[in-house]
Design a protein around this ligand. Structure first.
Ligand code: BDR
Ligand code: CA
Length: 432
């Protein structure tokens, strides 16, 4: 079971195309990190080695030894369901108490950390966040996805520089997904990830801290105040959780761009951010914190079209003009490859949801991330009824004896006021 497999029977056929496959292939991973289940192989030395391998694949092996042992210990806890069970009730009780205490207080800006793989729509999301008084952007942590980790860090630094916001911490993080090779998306985002628009070199410097460490530290410094907004693969957030599960009840909320309950964009089943690190996504989805999934279902309705672009083109400023170039590129891509009607504003919508949750409507659902399916690896599998049939073995067959409830772990966005959001986006970029 723990024997490395060759490309022929690997779950990841693309592995064999660009060089040798990782020694440990993803089929091992779910057994190591499948939250909420007590899978025996996790306790074996081989599985723990697999988890350490995940740390190495994610590019953290050279950091410090505490990272590696934290990965092993926390993964055991996650795999056995301890973390979810221990923190979820506490989280809800604390949430209620805090809601009562702050009911009449004036709204302070929400402290947010954006974990990003910039990326064209990431760039627009960052500009939206940095120009929105409702948000206090504390940090950008960079994850590989649309572009490599190095290119992503450069892009993030150029973006904070463009907005004259060197006060925002920008930190690099993982170098790779936990258990698979990185898949970059220059096809969609341009060779530099920013629509081939060349921004001036950054005046801002990178924070030397490792992104997941920065996330952990900031959450402890502002308990119950930080909203995490991951808009790339969930590698960094999973690493933070694995190293320090105590952050779970200290996070105010997690609003992710990722997933779908109605088909994918990389293939029939999976959305790109989840597909790029399904094991990380499963860890994040089952951590036991309040999590809102802003997926393709709503993102695909927020179509930025030529009329929106014409509107934004009437105003000017360095950020405004950069956004117009990026959006022009995106509309071109959409005309070439898309379904028509405009370019979906995936990542900006996650930020928009953090700014104004009334933009979307949500339904609580139990969501798991498929990691073993032949055609469905990376699919977010949502139980809309939060119920499963109970099958009991009677002789040579199973009989359905009842229905068991499953707890929802995700607020899934199912509706969006698209025009309200697109106008918000344009209004925040206009003239900047
Ligand atoms: C997501 O994938 C990336 O290409 C975008 O930046 C967005 O985060 C959409 O599936
Ligand atoms: Ca992104």
């Amino acid at each position: 079971m723990l024997t490395p497999r060759g490309p022929k029977d690997s779950l990841l056929p693309f592995c064999g195309l660009g060089g040798p496959c990782p020694e440990v292939i993803p089929i091992i991973t779910p057994q190591s990190v499948n939250c909420g289940s007590a899978e025996v192989p996790l306790r074996s030395r081989g599985a723990r080695k697999g988890v350490r391998k995940a740390a190495a694949l994610a590019g953290i092996s050279a950091r410090n030894a505490s990272w590696r042992s934290a990965m092993s210990v926390a993964c055991v806890a996650l795999g056995l369901g301890f973390i979810t069970l221990a923190v979820a009730p506490l989280t809800h009780a604390n949430e209620n108490a805090r809601a009562l205490a702050t009911a009449n207080a004036p709204a302070a800006p929400k402290k947010v950390i954006i974990d990003t793989d910039p990326g064209t729509d990431d760039a627009l999301a960052i500009l939206l966040a940095l120009n929105s008084p409702e948000l206090d952007v504390r940090a950008l942590t960079v994850v590989p996805g649309n572009v490599t980790a190095q290119q992503g860090l450069e892009n993030a630094l150029k973006l904070v520089s463009l907005t004259n916001r060197c006060d925002v911490h920008v930190a690099g993080g993982a170098q790779h997904p936990l258990f698979q090779k990185l898949i970059t998306a220059e096809l969609w985002h341009g060779a530099n990830g920013l629509a081939n628009v060349e921004l001036p070199p950054s005046k801002c410097k990178a924070d030397p801290r490792f992104g997941p460490d920065l996330i952990i530290q900031m959450i402890h410094e502002s308990p119950h105040e930080i909203t995490l907004v991951p808009v790339g693969p969930l590698t960094n957030i999973a690493l933070a959780l694995l190293k320090d599960p105590s952050i779970v009840p200290l996070v105010k909320e997690v609003v992710i761009m990722g997933g779908s309950i109605s088909g994918g964009n990389v293939n029939a089943a999976a959305e790109a951010n989840i597909y790029n690190d399904p094991e990380a996504a499963q860890i994040v989805f089952h951590a036991g914190w309040r999590l809102t999934m802003v997926g393709l279902d709503v993102g695909d309705k927020t179509l930025y079209d030529q009329a929106h672009l014409d509107q934004l083109s009437k105003t000017h400023g360095p950020e405004n003009d950069f956004a117009v170039k990026v959006l022009t590129f995106l509309l071109g891509q959409e005309a070439k490859y898309g379904a028509g009607g405009g370019s979906p504003m995936y990542d900006p919508l996650a930020v928009g949801t953090a700014i104004d949750p009334s933009i979307v409507s949500t339904q609580p659902m139990h969501v798991d991330v498929e990691s073993r399916g032949e055609f469905t690896r990376g699919e977010t599998v949502a139980n809309r009824r939060n119920a499963v049939e109970r099958n009991v073995l009677h002789g040579d067959r199973y009989v359905i004896e009842g229905i068991d409830h499953v707890d929802p772990n995700v607020q899934v966005c199912t509706g969006v006021n698209a025009e309200k959001f697109l106008q918000l986006l344009n209004s925040r970029l206009a003239g900047k």
